[in-house]
Design a protein around this ligand. Structure first.
Ligand code: ZN
Length: 393
């Protein structure tokens, strides 16, 4: 369903708006169902979200897959709320509608494609969202009149559901994609971080790492992990596209405490950092075009055939990420800040789903995820119960 919102606020008994969506759209739990009611503080509290460890910021939270409503505020405001009767209004609608995405395509000498994707769904989030949109827009403008060996495609989609939709509508052409990057978190002044593709040694991986090494700047590389942004869909085992993600400070790490908060704003990013990111992306495009050769297309599949085949499972929904909330596999509130144990169990689920492609045994999953066998086995048990996985060996 499509969510639209006109207004939302909380008023105290004196009629003062103490939380106002019109001041910050982060104040509303995104996708909140409409509500208009009066509540005591005790009744209101379960619907309030804050970040105790960063008491002056408003967190960004969503509840896409479970009907809920809520407000986000600074922790300082939350702990100072008085016993009172509060009027709560969320003037929103959740109705059948449409999903909007944008696509821009530059035909090259060949029909082989390079795909750049970014997402457009986070409200008021500057680095973790808008920086990718801005960067890809500028790149598209710059290269649209240049003849490249590759055709180049840009997609601007709502994260997860938009990527899944786009893939679904373009499935017959997916095999044309030879390289790609997910563009996000590119405007802060932290060092570059490159998250490798699932393949790990694809040409895009070598190209990006080579360019970063030659730049003499400090940078980090991170091996593929099956959550994060839309590489989760693009690198799902049914597609396994050679797509990585070049960022600066990575989401969800201690380098980026502003992530999913009101501090990820225009002050957090700067022109110089965006310009450097832009240059890196342009160098990558140039290098990939230079390396274009017939050889690439003959790349043999099936080099992994000789893996040790012990106990093995198969992901029954290998194209993109199956909807886990609906199947009650994991928590329903999006955003950050859950206990480490819960997160670890979720990550184990992602690992099992991503690697259960008929090639990886349970020992491969344990080795690659770095998780203990008991956690991986628990994930397998849940996924089998929910009909998402089956034992094949
Ligand atoms: Zn995000």
């Amino acid at each position: 369903r499509e969510w639209n919102i006109n207004d939302a606020y909380i008023k105290n008994s004196k009629g003062e708006k103490i939380v106002d969506f019109k001041k910050s759209n982060l104040h509303v739990l995104n996708y909140s169902v409409p509500i208009h009611t009066k509540l005591s503080l005790q009744e209101l509290l379960p619907h309030l979200h804050s970040l105790p460890e960063q008491p002056t910021v408003i967190p960004y939270r969503t509840s896409y897959y479970k009907e809920n409503w809520g407000f986000c505020m600074t922790h300082n405001q939350l702990i100072n709320l008085q016993d009172d009767e509060y009027e709560v209004v969320i003037d929103s609608t959740l109705e059948n509608g449409s999903l909007t995405y944008a696509e821009f395509f530059i035909q090259g000498e060949s029909n082989d494609e390079v795909l750049f994707s970014c997402y457009t769904c986070h409200p008021s989030m500057c680095n973790d969202n808008l920086s990718g949109v801005v960067l890809l827009t500028e790149i598209a403008k710059c290269i649209k009149n240049i003849k490249n060996n590759y055709s180049i495609r840009f997609i601007f989609v709502p994260e997860t559901i938009g990527a899944i939709t786009w893939i679904h509508q373009n499935e017959t052409n997916i095999s044309k994609i030879k390289h790609g990057l997910v563009a996000t978190c590119l405007g802060d002044s932290g060092k570059f971080t490159y998250k490798k593709s699932r393949q790990g040694d694809a040409e895009i991986d070598k190209t990006v790492i080579n360019i970063l090494e030659n730049s003499k700047m400090e940078f980090k590389t991170v091996d593929f992990f099956p959550w994060g942004s839309d590489e989760r869909q693009l690198c799902s085992p049914g597609f396994d596209l050679p797509i990585g993600s070049l960022m600066r400070s990575m989401y969800g790490t201690e380098d980026f405490p502003e992530y999913h908060t009101s501090n990820d704003n225009l002050e957090f990013i700067n022109k110089e950092a965006l310009r450097e990111s832009f240059e890196k992306y342009m160098e990558i495009i140039e290098s990939i075009n230079k390396n274009y050769s017939e050889k690439y297309m003959k790349q043999s599949k099936g080099e992994n055939k000789n893996k040790i085949k012990s106990e093995m499972y198969l992901n029954l929904f290998p194209k993109c990420g199956p909807q886990l909330g609906k199947r009650e596999v994991y928590r329903n509130i999006g955003g950050q800040n859950n206990s480490i144990e819960t997160r670890k169990n979720e990550f184990a689920i992602f690992w099992v789903l991503n690697l259960s492609d008929g090639q990886n045994s349970i020992s491969d999953i344990i080795q690659r995820s770095g998780f203990e066998e008991s956690i991986i086995r628990r994930a397998i048990k849940i996924l089998i119960e929910k009909g998402l996985l089956k034992k094949i060996l």
